[in-house]
Design a protein around this ligand. Sequence first.
Ligand SMILES: [Zn+2]
Ligand SMILES: [Zn+2]
Length: 120
Amino acid sequence: MSERFIFMRYRTDCYHCKQNADQIISAVPYQAQVVCDNCGATRVFIPRIEDVSIEGEYIKIGCYDLWKLIETAECRNCHFTGPHNLTIGCRHFTVRCRNCGFTHFYKFDLEYIAKDEPKT
Ligand SMILES: [Zn+2]
Ligand SMILES: [Zn+2]
């Protein structure tokens, strides 16, 4: 079963270990994840049905920059393989097909650290 939808790496400063490290970004229809390759800090996002945008909800102290990325994927709506816009913030994760505009919305669900000790 090939459920892989988005799988990419993005090198940036990790919000957790503060190192410049690959952040491994993956998404399938029912879940999205961002994992730090250095310290294992993992953020899990789950789909949300309604797009409730509460202003200020996304603003948190210690929040890193919003990531705006582009990755090639096969759209689950129009089945065209082409560029998708990814927008990843502290509290949300969206993937939008640039061909048809179909958008997956995810919201932040939980966070954990996969490994015990970050490299220092
Ligand atoms: Zn890290
Ligand atoms: Zn599409």
